[in-house]
Structure formats: C-alpha cells, structure tokens
Design a protein around this ligand. Structure first.
Ligand code: CU
Length: 133
C-alpha cells in the first residue's frame, strides 16, 4: 500500500470513530403480530428506530424501560401507555398503514422493550426486547 492510500484509510477510520452523534440505527419492522428489531442489542447513546409499518392497520411504537421480561409487561387494557413496573420513554404516536417513521431516543445501559400501544396489540405479540450495553 502506498503512503497516500494508507493516509486515506487512516482518515476514513478516524471519521468513523468520530461520528457518535449519528447514533445507532435499529430497523423496526411491524407486522400484525410481531415487532422485529435488527439489531436487538445496541451500544448506549443515541438510538434511532427506523419504524416501518408493513401492515394496512394502525400501530404505535413505544420504547419502554423495564427489568421485566419483554413478554411479561402488564399493560392497562384501557390505556396501554400505562404499564406497571415500566417507564415509557418515547412513542412514535399512531402510525397509519404502510407509514414509516423515525424515533430517536438517548438510552443508557439496561433492558428495554419495544411494544405496540394500540389496544390488544401487545397481547397479539407486538413486543420485542432491546438490550443497551
Ligand atoms: Cu400494533
């Protein structure tokens, strides 16, 4: 490798290392009965969920901080945003069919759950664990 090529590689590595403000992208794909996160584990800091509603019906994605297992949350049936032993961090609001939205949150290390807060959707399986290191 020539000296110039080596310098270009070093600059590229430095630029990548100095870009923490962009945060980590997580793809969140919504079906009628699942939320699929990719990846499911991220470093702490800014996390941007790229939420894609792949269905024709409305969903609303909510990031929740809890030490409970992702499938053991107790949502108030009349108000799914009220969850026992969990703190609601942020919501996309209601997303209509086929809508895409980005949801950026700053997350410290811990266990989180990404859920759908439309009535009964959590019970249908719209929930996924997100681990922050
Ligand atoms: Cu839903």
């Amino acid at each position: 490798m020539g000296r110039l090529a080596a310098a270009v590689v070093l600059v590229a590595i430095a630029a990548a290392a100095c870009a923490p403000s962009a945060g980590t992208k997580v793809r969140a794909a919504l079906t009628t009965s699942t939320i699929r996160l990719e990846p499911e584990e991220v470093p702490s800091g800014m996390v941007t969920l790229s939420v894609e509603n792949l269905t024709m019906i409305a969903h609303s994605v909510v990031v929740v901080r809890t030490d409970l297992s992702y499938d053991e949350l107790r949502l108030d049936p009349n108000d799914p945003m009220r969850i026992e032993d969990a703190a609601v961090i942020r919501s996309t609001g209601v997303m209509v069919g086929n809508e895409k939205r980005e949801l950026s949150v700053v997350l410290g290390p811990g266990k989180y759950v990404v859920i759908c807060a439309q009535p009964a959707h959590y019970g249908y399986g719209m929930r996924a664990p997100l681990t922050v290191r």
